[in-house]
Write a protein that binds this ligand. Structure first.
Ligand SMILES: [Zn+2]
Length: 81
């Protein structure tokens, strides 16, 4: 008489439910993505580059001295007679 192994077939492995991503992880990912993009391509001017520049200026804000706003150099407009 062989002892019948009790195999519980009802314990199914639960598929990993995708949890809502941690916002901080998303931020880190985005930051890494943007840095990688800027490092690879330089600033090519695409929307990712613009995001990179914005984020960078925000993150580096505390490291930059409050510089007096540089006056925009206006291109001299030729006077029409
Ligand atoms: Zn770009």
């Amino acid at each position: 008489m062989t002892p019948q192994a009790e195999l519980d077939g009802t314990t199914l492995m639960r598929p990993r439910v995708s949890e809502p991503a941690d916002e901080h992880d998303v931020m880190r990912e985005q930051l890494e993505y943007l840095i990688a993009h800027a490092a690879e391509r330089g600033t090519c001017g695409c929307s990712d580059c613009q995001r990179y520049l914005r984020v960078r200026s925000l993150l580096l804000e505390i490291f930059t001295e409050p510089a007096p706003q540089a006056a925009l150099q206006l291109v001299a407009i030729p006077m029409a007679a």
